[in-house]
Write a protein that binds this ligand. Structure first.
Ligand code: BES
Ligand code: MN
Ligand code: ZN
Length: 501
């Protein structure tokens, strides 16, 4: 869908979207339209249940007194409660209402009294929400019926502050590109997307100025990444480690460059559980066990796309966890790159093994300002927080606070859970430095404790995104499927705190 911004002039024909506030208070554009309709818009509203609430919309076909085909009235709620996420949701509602019939539409956005957002900001957010909701993954559907296909190809946002709105939207559009890339990767089936091909997708970021290196088996062996390699050894698909760098900040990658911020992702392209094999029911969900890596890749695309003033690195560990004649066994002891040995008591607790080497590598090579890892790490986090909130673990209160605030701001909430020595004890092994499972109790926390053993003193946060990476329900700004949860959150974190000038 193409988005354009234009000066405010109501179109004579086609499809027009206007807004109303709580109490069915019409915007200026809606007032103008109502006049043209000789009060018909007000009458239609009175005849309906529409009250301008922030989850409402009202659709009018061939409104009298005009040559328009359709008018959609979007409720925005109370003026003083309007915020960016609310407007993005309204944009999503706009898309849902029109997206399967209408080819082009104009939405009129006016400044609203008592609203903390400018008209330009409102226009940009509305457009962003519509674009996010327009996402489709239909490359494997060859028999789609016409009425199932998306139609809305062009959305014109009419607003007085056109230049400003366009400038604000430019960055958001790049963030949406990153979110879409993440959703695409998460949606791909596991026969198509495996370590080598996922690495190839990451490599495509060179087009937007990201430096990409792909490490193969031999290099990882040399580095001593026994934990990551152990997970991959049961699969005929060889593992990869991808390193992405966006040098948009101070020093721009030269000798005195400012320390980068670092994002690390779990990229298990399919998780059967290995020899500790999973039950058959819903095992197909494990195609999105590479969700953490997809967020890191999408984030790098977003940062590079909007030319963020930051030095950022992304490191993703890519493996397929399969049973097989050469697969890792429960009881194996592997040596991680850090030198610490791990007794693998359950081959299904594989994400932490992959991250152990990815985190250590990132820390040693880049000496980053902080490390944030993302992983669909535990089923237990779904029991604890469901599908609305990601689990957060951190050794640093400042970083945790900033992440929580960014999550609030973009409505990708994270909730901090505790770490502590007593939890760490659950990882004691009788014959190695640690084992890879705690016990039934506090499964998400003991998994995080495991990761913490590989971050040294670097400020670090771990986001367990197992519950939020995939959604079986529609969301205000996303269809069902891969959500892209994490891209907007981390883009916001960077924008708010780490873009030095
Ligand atoms: N990828 C899974 C976690 C997962 C489960 C993600 C469901 C999304 C939905 C992970 O590798 C795993 O299998 N974790 C085990 C850990 C256990 C063996 C200690 C789990 O959560 O059961
Ligand atoms: Mn697993
Ligand atoms: Zn897994």
């Amino acid at each position: 869908m193409k988005i354009a911004f234009s000066q405010p002039a109501l179109p004579e024909t086609g499809v027009l979207v206007v807004t109303a506030l709580a109490g069915a208070k019409l915007s200026q554009a809606a007032e103008q339209l109502d006049k043209r309709m000789k009060g018909g818009l007000s009458r239609a509203i009175k005849a309906s249940r529409f009250t301008g609430g922030k989850a409402q919309s009202l659709s009018l076909l061939v409104p009298g007194g005009t040559r328009l085909d359709r008018v959609l009235v979007l409720g925005l709620g109370k003026a003083n409660e309007i915020d960016s996420p609310g407007l993005q949701a309204a944009g999503g509602r706009l898309y849902s209402a029109l997206g399967r019939k209408v080819k082009a539409a104009t939405v009129a956005v006016d400044a609203v009294e008592k609203c903390k957002l400018s008209a330009a900001r409102m226009a940009a957010d509305l457009a962003f929400g519509a674009r996010l909701k327009s996402y489709r993954f239909d490359k494997y559907r060859t028999k789609e019926k016409t009425e199932e296909k998306a139609t809305l190809g062009r959305l014109v946002v009419a607003c007085s502050a056109t230049t400003r709105a366009r400038a604000l939207y430019r960055g958001l559009d790049k963030v949406a590109d990153g979110v879409f890339f993440t959703r695409d990767l998460v949606s791909e089936p596991p026969n198509v997307l495996y370590p080598e091909t996922l690495a190839r997708h990451a490599r495509s970021l060179t087009k937007v100025g990201v430096k990409v290196e792909v490490l193969g088996m031999a290099q990882m062996k040399k580095l001593g990444m026994g934990a990551l390699l152990g997970v991959g050894q049961g699969s005929i698909r060889e593992p990869r480690l991808v390193v992405m760098r966006w040098d948009g900040g101070a020093g721009r990658g030269r000798g005195r460059a400012a320390a980068p911020v670092a994002f690390i992702g779990k990229g298990v392209t399919f998780d059967t559980g290995g020899i500790s094999i999973k039950p058959a029911a819903n095992m197909h969900d494990m195609k999105w066990d590479m969700g953490g890596s997809a967020v890191v890749i999408g984030l790098m695309k977003a940062l590079a796309g909007r030319k963020a003033n930051v030095n950022a690195v992304g490191v993703v560990g890519l493996v397929e966890n399969m049973p097989g004649g050469n697969a890792q066994r429960p009881g194996d002891i592997v040596t991680s790159m850090s030198g610490q040995t791990i007794e693998v008591l359950n081959t299904d607790a594989e994400g932490r093994l992959v991250l152990a080497d990815a985190l250590w590598y990132c820390k040693e090579r880049f000496k980053p300002k902080f490390m944030i890892d993302l992983a669909t790490l535990t089923g237990a986090i779904i029991i604890a927080l469901g599908h609305e909130t990601a689990g957060m673990f951190s050794n640093n209160d400042v970083l945790a606070g900033r992440l929580a605030a960014a999550g609030q701001a973009v409505r990708e909430p994270v909730w901090r859970l505790p770490l502590g020595e007593d939890y760490d004890k659950a990882l004691k092994s009788i014959i190695a430095d640690m084992r890879n499972i705690g016990g039934r109790a506090a499964g998400s926390i003991t998994a995080a404790q495991f990761l913490q053993r590989f971050v040294g003193k670097v400020p670090w946060a771990h986001l367990d995104i197992a519950g939020v990476t995939w959604s079986d329900k529609e969301a205000p700004t996303a269809p069902r499927g891969g959500t892209g949860f994490g891209v907007r959150l981390l883009d916001r974190l960077v924008a708010d705190h780490y873009e030095g000038r």
